[in-house]
Design a protein around this ligand. Structure first.
Ligand code: FE
Length: 214
C-alpha cells in the first residue's frame, strides 16, 4: 500500500477555537470540509489529545478561522505546536470575539459552528456542526496545507490526521549543505551553520531549539 497517495488530497490550514469556561482555547486543524449547503454543515476532525477537543464537547460550540497564505506563520506555531492545557495562545494573537468565541483577525474569515453530532475514531473525534454565523475579511488566497508544507517548509503536528512520519531516506544533498530541524515544530533550516540569532519562522523558538539532522 502506498500511503503517499494520500498526500494528493487537498487541505487548508484552520484555527479551531472554543472555550474552557471563560478561557479561550484553540488548535490547528487541516481536516475541515463542508458536507451540506442547506443547512450549512461542516465536518472537522480533532485529535483526542488536543485540549480543544474536550472543550468543544463541553459547550458544543466552536469557531473556525481560515488562515491565508500570508497569515503570520507564528499563528501555526502558537496554535499547532503548543497546548491550550498550559498556554494562553491568544496573548500574542490578534482576535475578535464573535458570539462569545475568539476568531483570528489575520485570516480570510471565520464561521461559527454548533455541534449537531460527533463520531469517535481511534485517535480523533469527527464533529459534525451547523454553521450559525460567518464573515469574510479578505479575498486573499486561503492557505492550503500544500502551501504551508512547501513554501513555509512546515510540518504536521503529530496530532494532525494527515501526519505521516517522514521517510528516513539517505539524503546525499545534506552532505554538502547542513540541515537543522526545529525540535518544536519540525521546520527545516538548510545551511552549513545555523546563525546563533536565528528564530524559527513557524513557532518562534531560538536557535538553541534546533538540532542538526544530517
Ligand atoms: Fe519551530
Amino acid at each position: 500500500m502506498d500511503k503517499n497517495v494520500l498526500r494528493n488530497l487537498s487541505y487548508g490550514v484552520y484555527v479551531v477555537t472554543s472555550k474552557d469556561d471563560d478561557r479561550d482555547v484553540g488548535c490547528i486543524a487541516n481536516s475541515v470540509m463542508q458536507v451540506t449547503s442547506n443547512p450549512m454543515t461542516v465536518a472537522v476532525s480533532i485529535n483526542h489529545d488536543n485540549y480543544t477537543n474536550r472543550c468543544i464537547k463541553k459547550i458544543n460550540k466552536f469557531a473556525i478561522s481560515i488562515l491565508k497564505e500570508d497569515s503570520d506563520a507564528k499563528i501555526v506555531g502558537e496554535f499547532g505546536f503548543k497546548s491550550s492545557r498550559d498556554t494562553d495562545k491568544f496573548i500574542n494573537t490578534n482576535y475578535n470575539i464573535v458570539d462569545d468565541l475568539a476568531v483570528i483577525n489575520d485570516s480570510c474569515g471565520y464561521f461559527i459552528c454548533k455541534v449537531i453530532d460527533q463520531m469517535e475514531t481511534n485517535t480523533h473525534t469527527v464533529f459534525l456542526a451547523e454553521i450559525t454565523n460567518a464573515d469574510g475579511y479578505t479575498d486573499d488566497n486561503p492557505m492550503t496545507y500544500k502551501y504551508y508544507h512547501e513554501k513555509l517548509k512546515g510540518t504536521s503536528p503529530k496530532n494532525a490526521p494527515t501526519y505521516q512520519e517522514e521517510p528516513k531516506k539517505e539524503d546525499t544533498s545534506s552532505k554538502k549543505t547542513g540541515k537543522w530541524r526545529c525540535k518544536v515544530c519540525g521546520y527545516i533550516y538548510e545551511g552549513e551553520e545555523l546563525p546563533s540569532d536565528f528564530i524559527c519562522p513557524i513557532c518562534g523558538r531560538p536557535a538553541s531549539d534546533f538540532e542538526r539532522i544530517d
